[in-house]
Design a protein around this ligand. Structure first.
Ligand SMILES: [Zn+2]
Length: 77
């Protein structure tokens, strides 16, 4: 299983932590598929249907993830 883990930018006043990029990590791992080490307390979200829904995703991570996960059915209609 894999999950998306956020790479956060600097904290903003008010406590919000903006997300710079979503990386793909193996569940429970601290190192993204692209090799970046991510904080253990960073925000996470599930990878849905093999395609991250986030707009800001890490391209190297996504490319590596696509190689790991072979689609069962084509995405094209
Ligand atoms: Zn990455």
């Amino acid at each position: 299983m894999h999950e998306m883990r956020a790479e956060h930018g600097p904290a903003e006043p008010g406590g919000d932590r903006p997300v710079d990029f979503w990386h793909v990590v193996a569940s429970g791992a601290d190192v993204a598929l692209c090799g970046r080490v991510l904080h253990r307390d960073a925000a996470v979200q599930p990878v849905q249907d093999g395609e991250p829904a986030a707009e800001q995703y890490c391209e190297p991570c996504l490319a590596a993830f696509r190689e790991k996960v072979t689609p069962v059915t084509p995405a094209t209609p």
